[in-house]
Design a protein around this ligand. Structure first.
Ligand code: YH5
Length: 278
């Protein structure tokens, strides 16, 4: 039974798992002050863990299309207290969704187990901070910055370009001192991609397997689902689950999701089929 190690915590590579999304951006909370926000985030995390999340992904920067950049200090203030508490109070893998070197450093000190970077360690000092932390990393493909990435994304061959980009970032990490065993890759659905690009990537997702690394897929509630079904964000669960099923069948290892209970049911069902012996 092969497993991926996150410092002192481990996840089997022989089955798929769910990463629950914990947003600690101010727009995700009513204005109850910092303490109330932390407590509310912890309650939400414990609910996701009870529903079977294998990883909790904590993010303090909104990377939705058109979102504004947050300052380093804002990001630190939002995520570090939540990481500190969760590492103490649960035995789930704790991931930090950040591109900022200082946040990576502080998150590692606070006990985080994974750095999830939608900018694949391209920001100044991010590679160095990740190497210094000794933590595994998730490298995601993106074209452009969240503020403008959906303006006019262009590719000659989106599937090939995403694969080549990820392979190059993996090489950069290995050169900097991160081992291949510490790397997860992610094609970055919705990050500088039209609906057509997202569909092509999903249809050909098995091509990513040639990198021979575990992969993460995040489609939960994204505009890709909205574009297919013409549904508002609160009505995208079924579409998100359908894409998650397709992703697992194409070899994805982790599914990043808001609706953890439903996504765990989906993943557990497919795991049962895939581990059936005859
Ligand atoms: C991802 O795919 N995504 S943040 C727009 C939405 C809904 C959700 C309503 N961090 C990923 O979740 N990290 C984010 O429309 C991520 N992979 C990895 N590794 C964006 C997000 C979202 C955006």
């Amino acid at each position: 039974m092969a497993s991926f190690s996150f410092k002192n915590r481990f996840l089997s590579l022989d089955q798929a798992h769910v990463m629950g999304i914990l947003n600690v951006t101010p727009d995700s909370f009513s204005d109850g002050g910092r303490f109330a926000n932390i407590e509310q985030a912890l309650v939400q995390a414990q609910q996701m863990i009870a529903s079977g999340a294998a990883i909790i992904d904590i993010g303090g920067e909104s990377t939705r299309p058109g979102a504004k950049l947050v300052s380093e200090q804002q990001e630190l203030d939002r995520v570090i207290p939540v990481i500190e508490r969760l590492v103490k109070e649960c035995d789930t893998v704790i991931s930090v969704d950040t591109s900022t070197a200082a946040v990576m450093k502080e998150a590692a000190r606070a006990g985080a187990h994974l750095i999830n970077d939608v900018r694949a360690l391209t920001r100044p000092n991010a590679m160095f901070a990740a190497v210094e932390s000794g933590l595994p990393v998730c490298l995601m493909h993106s074209q452009g910055e969240p503020g403008t990435m959906q303006d006019d994304p262009q590719y000659a061959d989106v599937v090939a370009e995403v694969s080549v980009y990820l392979a190059q970032r993996v090489d950069a990490c290995v050169s900097a001192g991160i081992t291949r065993e510490q790397i997860i890759v992610d094609p970055g659905f919705g990050f500088g991609k039209t609906l057509e690009h997202n569909l092509l990537l999903m249809k050909n997702l098995q091509d990513l397997q040639s990198l021979d690394l575990p992969s993460l897929v995040g489609v939960s509630r994204k505009s890709m689902v909205g574009g297919i079904l013409n549904k508002n964000v609160e009505d995208r669960l079924i579409g998100s689950l359908a894409l998650a099923a397709k992703a697992i069948c194409a070899g994805a290892w982790l599914i990043r999701a808001h609706d953890v209970d439903e996504t765990v049911q989906l993943v557990t069902t497919l795991n049962a089929v895939h581990s059936c012996r005859y």
